[in-house]
Design a protein around this ligand. Structure first.
Ligand code: HAM
Length: 424
């Protein structure tokens, strides 16, 4: 047997109903917010992420799956979607010329992290990127769309943390004081943070090592350094969240693990995913320019589908049912079963049957496993009397119908049941 690599999961049909519930809900909310779908490549030139996310971040320095293609180019499996969407947005000049543009994506991302519950090497995100507005209302829309998705999914006990990490005008003074503070604690820092202190001191606030976490609480706080325009932007965002009845908690230590952020950062957090955040994002006003586009402010977020699935584990979501399963016995019955299956499928009713000769018991077991709503039974008795038995698997009731009327009848009953199940 060949096993899958660590941190990579298969998703079988039993989980797909839940999975589709998550992605369908995200799609529906994106439709409400006029956020349109983009499909971005799974691999990019490594430069896209090195430049976009930042060389000194954990993602770029430790977690990328990077390899050389046959032409000697360095390619990387995307660790996130934002840098790719920005690359695509800039490369397709028509979009960068639009005054504003709202895009979403759904798909797999790859990070060579230590696998554990809710932390995979191949995981899936849905995410949105809103280009063209520096106004806090764009930040509000990013947050509000994720909040609505969470609510529509029935997630309840989560906290939305927000922060502003300022802009290139006000952040240097903060970084300078932060560096000074950590210089005095240098001997207590983990090896990674000693390196971060030289290269990218903001990342010190992102460290998950116990001894470094303790040091954060005495560190200077960004809110005291925001320039008037960043402070105003942040205040306006809080007003908009209040107006939209979206509750939030301010967390001045929320800097996020990617370098492209300016001003707003946010995370949707719950204790029960195994990991903390199930969605996160922020503003990145300089990234489009970094990729050679015309200066374009932007904000976005991404959510981890597997982490949301962990939160939905206890929610009762029925697997996708099969309309009709046909149980048959004997060659003649099989011939008739094939005919009925074909007619049902042609009229939009999902139906299935066993090709190999099997006993009734094992066929009924299969019908159960396939979550069939109706089972049609064709045996020798039925062929002699030219009738079919139809069993409603939800109520257990059984009825007989004439073979000639069978397809019409099955179609009618099937539509009735599926309508009832959907509450129509
Ligand atoms: P991120 O915080 O790196 O942000 O990832 C967003 C979400 O992806 C996390 O909150 C988590 O739910 C999920 N996630 C991340 N890593 C893993 C993993 N190893 N296993 C399972 N789930 C994971 C970004 O990716 C940014 N691109 C978000 C963004 C969009 N910012 C602006 N626009």
């Amino acid at each position: 047997m060949i096993s899958k690599p660590p941190g990579i999961e298969d998703v079988f049909p039993d989980t797909i109903a839940r999975w589709n519930f998550v992605t369908d809900t995200a799609r529906e909310v994106f439709r409400l917010f006029n956020i349109r779908e983009i499909i971005i490549p799974v691999m990019e030139c490594t430069e896209v992420f090195a430049r976009g996310i930042g060389d000194d971040t954990d993602i770029v320095s430790k977690e990328m799956f990077t390899f050389e293609d046959r032409g000697g180019r360095s390619l990387t499996l995307r660790p996130e979607g934002t840098a790719s969407v920005v690359r695509a947005y800039v490369e397709n000049g028509d979009y960068n010329r639009l005054s504003s543009c709202k895009l979403f994506y759904i798909g797999p991302m790859f990070r060579a992290e230590r696998p554990q519950k809710g932390r995979l090497r191949q995981f899936n995100q849905f995410g949105a990127e809103i280009f063209g507005s520096a106004h806090p209302y764009a930040d509000f829309e990013a947050i509000a769309s994720m909040d609505l998705i969470a609510k529509k999914l029935g997630l309840r006990s989560y906290t939305l943390f927000i922060n502003s990490i300022g802009c290139p005008a006000c952040r240097p003074a903060f970084i300078s004081d932060l560096t000074q503070y950590y210089e005095s604690k240098k001997s207590h820092l983990c090896p990674d943070c000693s390196r971060r202190l030289e290269k990218n001191p903001l990342r010190l606030l992102d460290c998950k090592v116990e001894s470094c976490i303790a040091l954060k609480h005495e560190a200077p706080v960004i809110s005291g350094y925001l320039c008037p325009s960043c402070a105003k932007h942040y205040d306006e965002l809080k007003t908009l969240l209040g107006e939209g009845a979206i509750s939030y908690t301010e967390n001045p230590l929320l800097v996020r693990g990617l370098d492209y952020y300016t001003r707003t950062t946010f995370e949707f957090v719950t204790g029960s995913t195994g990991q903390n955040a199930f969605a996160a994002g922020g503003r990145y006003d300089n990234l489009v320019e970094t990729f050679g586009g015309k200066p374009t402010p932007a904000v976005g977020f991404a959510a981890g589908i597997e982490r949301i699935l962990i939160l939905l584990e206890k929610t009762n979501i029925s697997p996708t049912p099969l309309d009709v399963y046909i149980v048959h016995s004997g060659e003649k019955a099989f011939t008739f079963a094939r005919k009925i299956t074909k007619e049902l499928r042609a009229s939009g009713i999902s139906s299935d049957l066993e090709a190999e000769a099997k006993g009734f018991k094992s066929q009924f077991k299969k019908a159960d496993r396939e979550h069939a709503r109706l089972v049609v039974i064709i045996g020798e008795d039925e062929l002699t009397t030219r009738t079919l038995s139809i069993k409603n698997m939800l109520t257990g009731t059984q009825e007989s119908v004439q073979m000639d009327d069978a397809v019409m009848h099955i179609k009618r009953v099937s539509e009735l049941i599926s309508g009832r199940q959907q509450g129509l």
